[in-house]
Design a protein around this ligand. Structure first.
Ligand code: HEM
Length: 404
C-alpha cells in the first residue's frame, strides 16, 4: 500500500466514503498509530481505535468507556439532542442498560427468531421471484431494502395494512448525510414523532387485547420486577426501526456486490450451498455495515500504551478491525471459505452486542439462498456509494437477474 501522511487524514470526511472506504488509512493507523488522536475541522477531538484487539477491549469495558455520557454516535450537534438519545438502550450504561436489555431479550429468543425465519423464507422467495421477473433491477431498492423492513414490521407485530406507513416513516427517519436522500431535519423529526405515536397506538391495542406476539410479550415481560413501560416500548420500537433497516440492507447489498466482483467465490457457493453460513459471516466482515461507534472515557485511561484523558471521545472502527491482518489472513481477499467468525460487525462482544444479530443473519441467509437458487446475476454498472462516515452504504446497484 502507498505511504500515507497522517497529517492529511480525516477519518470523518463523508465525501471520502462516497467514493470508497479509505482502507490504506486504516492499515497505516493499525500499523503506526492504533490509538490516534484526531482534531476534526470543526474542532472536536476523537481518539480513533483501529485494531481488533483494542476495539474489543474498549467495547467490553463499559465502566471506563461510556455510551451514555456523550452517546454512541459521532454526529455533530449531538449535545443538543443528548437527553432524547439517552432514552435508547444503545446510549445507556449498566446498570440501567443491563435491566432494560434483560427485558427486551425476552423478545429475541431463538424460538422467536426461528418462527420468524420460516416466514421470512417465504417473503424472500416472493421478493426474489418478482425481481427475477423484472430482470433489470436496481438491487438496493428492489431486493435489499424489502426484507429488513418486513422483518422488523413482522417482529413488532405491525399489521400488514400498516407496513407501507412504517416503511415510509423509517426511511424518512434515517435522514442520511447523502444529498440524494437529504430529508430536512423537521421532516425527520416529524417522522419520528409519528412513529412514536404509532408505537403508542400499537402498545395500547395490545395492552387491551394481548396476543401471543412480541409486542404483548415485551409489554408484559417482567425480569427482577422490571418491565417495559409504554414509553420505553415506544423508544425501543423507534430504535429497532432505525437499527435493523439500513444495516441489514447494506449487508445484503455488500454481499451481492462482493459475489459479483468475485465470480469464483460465487461459483463456490453455487456448487456447495452448505458454505452459506460461513459466507454470511464473511460478507459481514467484508461489508461491516456500521463503520464505527463511539464511547466517552469516564476517567483517565491508557489504551495500547496511549494515555487518553477523562471525558474524551473514543471512536472504534469496525471497518478497520475487520481487516486487521493479525486476526484475518489476507484480509483484503473476499473468501467464502475462510473462518470469519472473529469479525466484529455486530460489536466486540460487550454489553451492547447487536440484539438483532441472529435476525440479520437469518434474513441474509434466506435472501442469498433464493437469489442463488432462482437466478444468475450480472452487474450492469459500477455501484454508487452512500455519502456517510457511519454507514458503509451502497445506494445504487444495477443488476440483471436471469432465471435459472
Ligand atoms: C447486518 C446488520 C446489522 C449490523 C451490522 C448491526 C450492527 C450493530 C452494532 C455494531 C451494534 C453495537 C454493538 C456494540 O456497541 O457492541 C448494534 C447494536 C444494536 N442492534 Fe444491530 N446490527 C444489525 C442488524 C440489526 C437488526 C436486524 C436489529 C433489530 C432487529 C438490530 C438491533 C440492534 C439493537 C437494538 C442494538 C443495541 C443493543 C444494545 O444497546 O444493547 N440490529 N448493532
Amino acid at each position: 500500500m502507498e505511504n500515507v501522511d497522517l497529517a492529511s487524514v480525516n477519518l470523518f470526511d463523508s465525501d471520502v466514503y462516497a467514493e470508497r472506504v479509505p482502507h490504506e488509512w486504516f492499515a497505516e493507523l493499525r500499523r503506526s498509530a492504533p490509538v490516534w488522536r484526531q482534531e476534526l475541522p470543526d474542532g472536536r477531538v476523537f481518539w480513533n481505535v483501529t485494531r481488533h484487539e483494542d476495539l474489543t477491549a474498549v467495547n467490553r469495558d463499559a465502566s471506563n468507556y461510556s455510551s451514555w455520557l456523550a452517546s454512541s454516535l459521532t454526529m455533530p450537534g449531538m449535545e443538543d439532542i443528548l437527553d432524547q438519545q439517552r432514552l435508547m438502550m444503545v446510549n445507556m450504561d449498566p446498570p440501567e442498560h443491563t435491566k432494560l436489555r434483560k427485558v427486551v431479550n425476552k423478545g429475541f429468543t431463538p424460538a422467536m427468531i426461528r418462527q420468524l425465519q420460516e416466514h421470512l423464507a417465504e417473503e424472500a422467495r416472493t421478493i426474489v421471484a418478482e425481481a427475477v421477473e423484472t430482470g433489470d433491477v436496481e438491487f438496493v431498492e428492489q431486493v435489499a431494502c424489502e426484507l429488513p423492513l418486513i422483518a422488523i414490521a413482522e417482529f413488532l407485530g405491525v399489521p400488514r395494512e400498516d407496513r407501507r406507513r412504517i416503511f415510509d416513516l423509517s426511511n424518512r427517519m434515517v435522514g442520511a448525510e447523502d444529498p440524494d436522500y437529504q430529508v430536512d431535519e423537521e421532516e425527520a423529526m416529524a417522522a419520528m414523532i409519528e412513529m412514536y405515536a404509532y408505537a403508542q397506538e400499537l402498545a395500547d391495542e395490545r395492552k387491551a387485547n394481548p396476543r401471543d406476539d412480541i409486542v404483548s410479550k415485551l409489554l408484559s415481560a417482567e425480569v427482577d420486577g422490571e418491565h417495559l413501560t409504554v414509553e420505553e416500548f415506544n423508544v425501543f420500537f423507534l430504535l429497532l426501526a432505525v437499527a435493523g433497516n439500513e444495516t441489514t440492507r447494506n449487508a445484503i447489498s455488500h454481499g451481492m456486490l462482493a459475489l459479483l466482483e468475485n465470480p469464483d467465490q460465487q461459483q463456490k457457493l453455487r456448487d456447495d450451498p452448505s458454505l452459506i453460513d460461513g459466507a454470511i459471516e464473511e460478507i459481514l466482515r467484508w461489508g461491516s455495515p456500521v463503520m464505527h461507534f463511539r464511547r466517552q472515557t469516564t476517567r483517565d485511561v491508557t489504551l495500547a500504551g496511549v494515555d487518553i484523558p477523562d471525558n474524551s471521545g473514543v471512536v472504534f472502527w469496525h471497518i478497520s478491525a475487520n481487516r486487521d491482518e493479525t486476526v484475518f489472513e489476507d484480509p483484503y481477499t473476499f473468501n467464502v471459505e475462510r473462518d470469519a467468525s472473529q469479525h466484529i460487525a455486530f460489536g466486540g462482544g460487550g454489553p451492547h452486542f447487536c440484539l438483532g444479530a441472529n435476525l440479520a443473519r437469518a434474513e441474509m441467509k434466506v435472501v442469498f439462498t433464493e437469489l442463488l437458487r432462482q437466478a444468475t446475476w450480472e452487474q450492469r454498472a459500477p455501484a454508487r456509494r452512500l455519502r456517510s462516515n457511519f454507514i458503509n452504504g451502497i445506494k445504487d446497484l444495477q443488476v440483471t437477474l436471469t432465471p435459472k
